[in-house]
Design a protein around this ligand. Sequence first.
Ligand SMILES: C[S@@+](CC[C@H](N)C(=O)[O-])C[C@H]1O[C@@H](n2cnc3c(N)ncnc32)[C@H](O)[C@@H]1O
Length: 309
Amino acid sequence: MADADAAKMRQLLEGMRAAFFRGDNAMEYARSFLGRDDNLLIATQIAYDLQAGSYVKLARANPEGKARWVSQIADLLSPHLQESGGSVLEVGVGEATTLSGVLAHLSLPQISAFGFDISWSRCAHGLGWLKQMGQCAELFVADLFHIPLADSSIDIVYTSHSLEPNGGRELEAIRELLRVARRFVVLIEPIYELGSAAAQARMRSHGYVRNLKKSAEDLGCVILDYRLLDYCFNPLNPSGVLLLEKLHEQNPSQTVWRCPLTHAPLDFIEGVFAARETGLIYPIVGGIPLLCRNNAILASSYGTKISES
Ligand SMILES: C[S@@+](CC[C@H](N)C(=O)[O-])C[C@H]1O[C@@H](n2cnc3c(N)ncnc32)[C@H](O)[C@@H]1O
């Protein structure tokens, strides 16, 4: 978890939990408790972790809606994937209900799928959902501002409403996604500028992202598509697409996993991810690698023979 004063952290956790179990908006509670208009990462992490399990329930309750949603995304990705497959990463994968539907629609046997989320509980539900669907993807806990993957290591990096709560950090987010992508970044996010006045007011009050297109332009991106999508779950949260092509296609990096603090290569050694060059290791809990910066453990002796005499 992010650093915070212990007493304040406890109050935040207890307050957000109480708000959630009362049926109130936990993020709204956090913004008011912290006296901020934006959403701190810790608040996003707590709020989404509390909701874990809800997306699997939704996917079961509204299979038609889910099918329309994922087919829209798959149709955007498929022209940019080769028949031979390739790799895709869903940033802020939640419970993998979107990723699983997208993979089913793409139906490419050779695809390598990755997904990460700031919430461990959501990844855990995601692993369960993928297992039920008979699908396979590497799920891990990470922060989208410090992705533990090498530069240009994933063909297509996409989002499905995960930049959404990170209002004010649009440029940083797009820059990090572009770093990891080899060819394309596909943002499926609420588009403030194309929304109605009511949608814009709601997005402002929730601390949601704005100016995504302007941020991409400021980064010198080639924009291939920018529009609202035909289908969205909530017109007050108008889903759109911003499709970015990486200017100079890069050769894929050899080692995919990287330390989110130092970018040193990470190897899977004796049940953890370890950076031999720095002595930092990252644990794996319940089969899910924890790859946020604050999950790092300095353990230079890990994996070496320790004498018991
Ligand atoms: C609206 S949900 C969408 C989940 C999923 N993409 C889907 O389509 O079902 C947004 C997700 O983004 C994740 N998220 C938000 N900010 C994040 C960050 N900085 N790093 C990683 N995940 C983040 C949240 O934990 C949450 O699971």
